[in-house]
Design a protein around this ligand. Structure first.
Ligand code: PAF
Length: 310
C-alpha cells in the first residue's frame, strides 16, 4: 500500500520516519519547494530522551510529484487543513483513504468538502513529539494511536483494521475504534487543558500538574469540554483532571504543539481547540468561561508577538 503523509511537522515527520523504518512505501508531501528539496536530501532524524539518534531517508515532494497513494495521512496544523485538502485529489488514487491525525475540530469537514465524507478516517494520537528543526524531531513519549470511521464515512471495518495494522507494524500501539467522534472530543478535552496553558506559561507538559493555579484552569477547561460533548450526546467519560494528569505524565518531557507554535512564532491551533469549545458550547447553551478566557489569552499572545518587550 502506498502511503502519503501530508505535512512535515512534528507528527508528520514521526509518522514518515517510523513508516519508512518499518519498510512501508511512504512519502512526505509538502507545499514549500525549498523545504521539500531540503528534506529529500537530508532525510529525517529522530532523537530519543536516551540520547539515541537515528536518520532515515524519506521521499518528499510537492502534491502530485509522487505516484498517488492509497492512504493519505493529513498531519498539517488545523488552520492549514482547508488549503492542504485541495491537494488530496492529486495525492490519492480514486477511492483512496484520507485519514486526519490532527488536533481539534473542523479538519474532517475541510477534507470532506474536497473528497466527500465516504472515504475518510479519523484518528487521534497522544504522541509526545517535538519538532527541533526541519526534518529533526525529538520523540519523548510513546502514546496510543486510535483510528475509526467518523460520521458519514463508508470505510469498512476490515479497511480500518488494515490501516491500524500499518501503524502497528511501524511500532505504534494502535487499534481501530467504533466511536471515533467521542474520542475526538476526548482528545479535545486533553488539548484544551494542556495546550493553551503550556503555551502561555512556556512550560513542558510535565510541569503543568505541579503549578496549582495553572492546573486548576487546565482541569476546569477540560471539564467544560466534557460538558459540551455530553450536551451533544457524546459519552466523554472519566474524570477530566485525572485524564489530563495521565497525559501530562506520559508526555512529561514534551513541549505541547501549541508551545512549539508559540516559540516558533507560528499561528497556534487555538481556533480549532478552545475556540471551538466556546462556539459549540454557546450554540448548546453550555457556559464555557475558562475556554473563552484561554481563547482570548492565546489570541492576545499571538497578536502581541510583534510589540512584546523582552
Ligand atoms: O498537541 C499536543 O501537544 C499533543 O496532542 C499532546 C498529547 C497534548 C502532547 O503534547
Amino acid at each position: 500500500m502506498k502511503i502519503a503523509v501530508i505535512g512535515p511537522g512534528a507528527v508528520g515527520c514521526l509518522l514518515a520516519f517510523s513508516l519508512a523504518e518499518a519498510g512501508e512505501d511512504v512519502h512526505l508531501v509538502d507545499y514549500r519547494p525549498e523545504r521539500t528539496a531540503f528534506l529529500q536530501e537530508q532525510g529525517i532524524r529522530l532523537q530519543t530522551p536516551g540520547g539515541e539518534s537515528r536518520s532515515i531517508s524519506v521521499p518528499c515532494g510537492l502534491p502530485g510529484e509522487a505516484e498517488p497513494a492509497d492512504l493519505a495521512i493529513m498531519a498539517v496544523k488545523a488552520h492549514q487543513t482547508a488549503a492542504a485538502a485541495q491537494a488530496l485529489p492529486m495525492v490519492l488514487v480514486p477511492g483512496g483513504l484520507g485519514l486526519s491525525l490532527q488536533n481539534g475540530l473542523g479538519n474532517l469537514e475541510a477534507m470532506a468538502r474536497v473528497l466527500g465524507p465516504e472515504r475518510l478516517l479519523a484518528g487521534i494520537t497522544y504522541l509526545g513529539v517535538t519538532r527541533q528543526a526541519a526534518g529533526r524531531i525529538f520523540y519523548a513519549g510513546q502514546g496510543e494511536v486510535l483510528i475509526g470511521a467518523p460520521p458519514g464515512s463508508l470505510v469498512t471495518a476490515p479497511e480500518i483494521e488494515a490501516a491500524a495494522a500499518i501503524f502497528r507494524r511501524a511500532g505504534f500501539t494502535c487499534r481501530s475504534v467504533p466511536d471515533i467522534e467521542t474520542l475526538l472530543w476526548d482528545k479535545l478535552m486533553i488539548n484544551a487543558g494542556i495546550n493553551p496553558l503550556t503555551a502561555l506559561l512556556r512550560v513542558l507538559n510535565g510541569a503543568l500538574p505541579e503549578l496549582p493555579e495553572a492546573w486548576f484552569l487546565a482541569a476546569a477547561a477540560a471539564a467544560e469540554v466534557q460538558a459540551v460533548a455530553r450536551a451533544q450526546g457524546l459519552a466523554v467519560s472519566g474524570d477530566p483532571g485525572e485524564r489530563l494528569r495521565r497525559v501530562c505524565t506520559a508526555t512529561a518531557r514534551n513541549r505541547s504543539s501549541m508551545l512549539q507554535d508559540v516559540l516558533a512564532g507560528r499561528p497556534t491551533e487555538i481556533e480549532s481547540l478552545n475556540a471551538q469549545v466556546s462556539a459549540r458550547g454557546a450554540a448548546l447553551g453550555v457556559a464555557t468561561p475558562v475556554n473563552d478566557l484561554l481563547t482570548r489569552l492565546v489570541r492576545a499572545l499571538e497578536a502581541s508577538a510583534a510589540v512584546r518587550v523582552g
